[in-house]
Structures are given as structure tokens and as C-alpha cells.
Write a protein that binds this ligand. Structure first.
Ligand SMILES: C[S@@+](CC[C@H](N)C(=O)[O-])C[C@H]1O[C@@H](n2cnc3c(N)ncnc32)[C@H](O)[C@@H]1O
Length: 269
């Protein structure tokens, strides 16, 4: 059996950003203590200091060339943390609610850090376009299947195909499972899997469908090239693979509805 090639190392990127935030906090605290002639015995935690941390973190992120979205997160992280704690103590609500909000976000958006793709859904039109591109009886894997918005209509249009969806956000996986159960006959050719698409082999599939973001596309192509058979298809909605010419571009009225189709060629390693 072909081994799955692991996910690209994104945890290192997150650790790097965390280190920048910590460095900014240390610098801002240093400035604050110098400013006060080391006279304060208590740790300061006020809005002004948090804004200083935010500005320092944003500057560091710029110097170390963090992606633009990280720079925005760095700027607002410490002030937002301060405001959240301030309003929590002001309104007297239990920290349990913050934990509950965090858990809910994690259940819904777990795929955002691991796949560099948040949740947005393909419509029925993507399934219709893809159904015309896919060969008879093909086995297709939807990497990051959300709640099945692509696979369910495709399963109605192409009962000849074997469809698999893999999703790692627990709440989305459950919603997809319920939709599948309620779809009756239509979803019979769909296998619904919980897991990380970077950690499973893609070799047994004739086609991969993805609707992710620009960031993981080079790694998606690399994994497809290394694991899939020559002639297999990679279909990406909205996000082309940089530097690779698509064999078919199913142009739609808006750029987000365009499908890019690539054929895996034989790899020489
Ligand atoms: C933009 S949505 C697309 C959903 C679905 N394919 C569609 O077209 O409607 C991307 C999905 O990928 C999931 N995802 C991101 N990284 C993942 C990973 N490493 N393993 C499994 N799912 C992942 C996200 O949770 C999200 O639901």
C-alpha cells in the first residue's frame, strides 16, 4: 500500500508566530519598566500596554515577513485579550462561557489551521460542472468535505461514481453525516470519513476535489503527484495551483465558481 505523505509543516509556522507575540510582549514590558524606572512592584496589565504589545508584534511580524493575515492578528491579539477579560469581569459572567465559545469555534473551524482553509461551501453548480469532467465509475475524494455540499449533489448526478469525503472539523463532520443519513438513496455511493486529509494515502482515488485556499495548493499538488496514478485528476474550485497549467478551466460567471482541472503526470524521482 502506498504510504501517505504527511502534511506540510504548519505547526512550526504557528509556533514562530507565537514566539513573535511573546517577544513583542517582552519588549513592551521592558519599555514599560524602563519608563517607570523599575519602580513598579506589580505587573502592569492595562489597555495601553496591550496596545503597545500589539504594535510591537505587528512590527516584528512585518520585519520577519509573516503573511499579511498574521500581521493583522498580531496587531489586535493583545488588545482583544484585554477587552475580553475586562468585559468578562465587568459583566461578571463565568469564564466557562469563554471556554464554551472557544470549543464551539474549534468544533466548527478546526480545519482552518490544519488545512489553511476556513469554511465556505461549494454550491450545486460546482458539482454540476465537475460531473461533466469526471470519467465513468471514477473514485473521487473530497479533501476537506465540509458538510457534504459538493458530494451530496454529485452523488445524485453521478450514481456510477464512488465518492469519499474526509473532514477534520468535528461539528461539520457530524452535520455532514446527518445530511447524508437524511439524503436516503442519493448518498448511497458516499463514504463519510473523519480525519486529516494530509494523513491518508490518495493513491486509490482517480480524482481529488478541493475547495481550500491559495496557501495549501502547492502541497496538494505535491501530494497528488507523489501518490496518485498518472492520469488521475485534481480538481480545485476557485484556487489554481501556482505554476501549473490547468488542462481544463471550467470558467463560471464568478472567479470563485471557476474549476481548475489538472492531470497527474508520471513522476521521476
Ligand atoms: C472551504 S471548505 C470546503 C468544503 C467542501 N469541500 C465544499 O466544497 O463544500 C474546506 C473544508 O476543509 C476542511 N479541512 C481543512 N483542513 C483539513 C484537513 N487537514 N483535513 C480534513 N479537512 C480539512 C475545513 O474544515 C473545511 O470544512
Amino acid at each position: 500500500m502506498t504510504k501517505a505523505r504527511g502534511a506540510p509543516r504548519r505547526s512550526c509556522a504557528a509556533l514562530r508566530e507565537l514566539a513573535l507575540q511573546a517577544l513583542a510582549a517582552a519588549l513592551a514590558l521592558g519599555v514599560w519598566f524602563l519608563w517607570n524606572n523599575f519602580s513598579s512592584a506589580v505587573w502592569p496589565f492595562d489597555f495601553f500596554l496591550c496596545c503597545l504589545i500589539g504594535i510591537a508584534a505587528r512590527l516584528l511580524a512585518r520585519i520577519f515577513r509573516s503573511p499579511p493575515w498574521w500581521q493583522v492578528i498580531h496587531l489586535f491579539f493583545a488588545p482583544a485579550l484585554f477587552l475580553a477579560l475586562f468585559w468578562q469581569s465587568r459583566l461578571g459572567f463565568s469564564p466557562f462561557w469563554s471556554l464554551a465559545a472557544f470549543l464551539l469555534l474549534w468544533l466548527l473551524f478546526r480545519g482552518a489551521p490544519s488545512g489553511q482553509a476556513p469554511l465556505y461551501l461549494s454550491g450545486e453548480s460546482a458539482a454540476r460542472s465537475a460531473s461533466t469532467l469526471l470519467p465513468q465509475g471514477a473514485a473521487l475524494l473530497d479533501v476537506g468535505a465540509g458538510i457534504g455540499s459538493f458530494l451530496l449533489p454529485l452523488s445524485r448526478m453521478r450514481p456510477d461514481m464512488t465518492l469519499t469525503g474526509i473532514e477534520n472539523a468535528p461539528a461539520l463532520w457530524v452535520l455532514g453525516k446527518i445530511r447524508l443519513a437524511l439524503s436516503g438513496k442519493a448518498g448511497r455511493n458516499v463514504r463519510w470519513q473523519m480525519g486529516n486529509f494530509w494523513q491518508i494515502p490518495w493513491a486509490k482515488y482517480d480524482a481529488i476535489y478541493c475547495f481550500l485556499s491559495p496557501a495549501p495548493m502547492p502541497a496538494v499538488w505535491e501530494k497528488a503527484r507523489m501518490e496518485m496514478r498518472p492520469g488521475s485528476l485534481v480538481i480545485s474550485k476557485a484556487f489554481p495551483i501556482p505554476g501549473i497549467a490547468a488542462v481544463t478551466r471550467f470558467k463560471a460567471s464568478s472567479a470563485t465558481d471557476t474549476l481548475y482541472m489538472y492531470t497527474v503526470q508520471k513522476t521521476c524521482i
